[in-house]
Write a protein that binds this ligand. Structure first.
Ligand code: PMP
Length: 429
């Protein structure tokens, strides 16, 4: 059996860890089979506990954009570690990171570091509520903003993969303050504002959704949201945990030319160590403690190892003029070539792509919202996933997730990936 050691490790893990994993999608529950336990990663490749290697298209769900264990980042972390792991005091490094981001990202004057994307989004919403003195927020079906209570209402990612977009444990009071709209449906958003006049603090959105599979904003949706928020005195929050430093250095704000009031970051910003952040202009950020009254804190926030990993990763990207063109081109090639092969096999599909994010939906109609993402053929996705896995290609283990392409994927990896797609056999008849 090819996953022998993974299988034994998973059995053991389930004795001590709920479901054997520390984050649900890792359990392969929707695709079935044994989750592969990895022991190391380098460049474009993961190596599992049975010694098999895989070309990685998840990249730790986004952070490893320069490839795994980049030598420059590794050396910087090692050097930093020799100075100490955590001080619980301010450090010069935190200002260096903040200054670098503020100077290179549009429309951000101050940034607060946290340790996860969940914390970033939760804190941004609290700040928006404190700033506007309103309670309600608007979120979109199929978007995932971490696992804090307000967001687990029709959430995407693992929440939907496991059939629980509304988690038990969320109080009705909390649920009442989260208003839902369909992604790409500006009229629904306008309706919500009409029916909740003066009550909506913020609209939060994944500017390119990645948690119902990859779904793009259409018909100037982001620009329209900006207008609706302005007309109603509500803040627009871009959850750029996936898109930040990935679609462009300035994320979706730069890629789409739309300014958000608050932006949240995660994944790439930490280069693989636990980092999240939220940012905005002074007028809003000044409301945060200790300067302002909105409370937010963290024992390990701004941790030196995490800051160092993030800063070195961001510098690698920023100092490489061809970086985004390269990863976008790789992704475009994968999109076109995978599409060609699936067409030649008569397999109905839609590939959504923006920058270096993409998803293959096995579906006949265009996918521009959560309902359509749900209508895709997820059992075919599962077959595809396992076929690719067996052939050494590591895709996200759910049809509600996105591929994150790294700069370590080159021609050889693309060719091996396409060979694996080519050998996929499925009959539509
Ligand atoms: N927002 C988005 C858009 C995400 O994709 C995620 C995680 N996948 C989060 C927030 C939560 O981040 P974390 O898992 O680091 O808490």
């Amino acid at each position: 059996m090819i996953y022998q050691r993974s299988s034994a490790l998973f059995t053991e893990a389930q004795r001590y860890i709920p479901g054997g994993v520390n984050s649900p999608v890792r359990a392969f529950k929707s695709v079935g089979g044994v989750p592969v336990f990895m022991k190391s990663a380098k460049g474009a490749y993961l190596t599992d506990e049975d010694g098999r290697t895989y070309i990685d298209y998840i990249n730790s769900w986004g952070p490893a954009i320069v490839g795994h264990t980049h030598p420059v980042v590794l050396e910087a972390i090692q050097k930093q570690a020799e100075k100490g792991f955590s001080f619980g005091t301010p450090t010069e490094l935190e200002t260096e990171v903040a200054r670098f981001i503020v100077n290179n990202v549009p429309n951000v004057e101050q940034i607060r570091m946290v340790s996860s994307g969940t914390e970033a989004c939760m804190s941004a919403v609290r700040l928006a509520r404190g700033f506007t003195q309103r309670d309600k927020i608007v979120k979109f079906e199929g978007c995932y903003h971490g696992h804090s209570d307000s967001f687990l209402i029709k959430a995407g990612s693992g929440a939907v993969t496991f059939g629980n977009p509304n988690s038990p444990g969320i109080t009705q009071g909390t649920a009442r303050d989260t208003l839902l709209a369909r992604y790409n449906d500006i009229e629904q958003v306008q309706d919500l504002f009409r029916h909740n006049e003066g009550e909506i603090a913020a609209v939060i959105i994944e500017p390119v959704a990645g948690n119902m599979g990859c779904v793009l904003p259409e018909n100037n949706f982001l620009q329209e949201l900006r207008k609706v928020c302005d007309a109603n005195g509500a803040l627009l929050i871009f959850d750029e945990v996936m898109t930040g430093f990935r679609l462009a250095f300035g994320g979706a704000q730069e890629a789409f030319g739309v300014k958000a009031d608050l932006v949240t970051y995660g994944k790439v910003i930490g280069g693989g160590l636990p980092v999240g952040a939220f940012a905005g202009r002074n007028e809003i950020m000044d409301h945060l403690a200790p300067k302002g009254a909105v409370y937010q804190a963290g024992t390990l926030s701004g941790n030196p190892l995490a800051m160092r990993a993030g800063l070195e990763t961001l510098k690698l990207i920023k100092n490489d003029a061809g970086f985004y063109d390269r990863i976008n081109k790789t992704t475009e090639t994968l999109d076109f070539e995978i599409g060609k092969i699936l067409n030649s096999k008569d397999i109905q599909h839609r590939i959504n792509r923006k920058g270096s994010m993409m998803s293959v939906f096995f579906h006949i109609a265009a996918v521009s919202d959560f309902d359509e993402a749900q209508r895709a053929n997820h059992s075919l996705f599962n077959n595809f996933f396992h076929h690719m896995l067996k052939n050494g290609i590591y895709l996200p283990p759910s049809g509600y997730e996105t591929y994150f392409i790294s700069d370590a994927v080159k021609e050889e990896e693309i060719n091996r990936t396409l060979e694996a797609v080519q050998s996929f056999e499925y009959s539509n008849k």
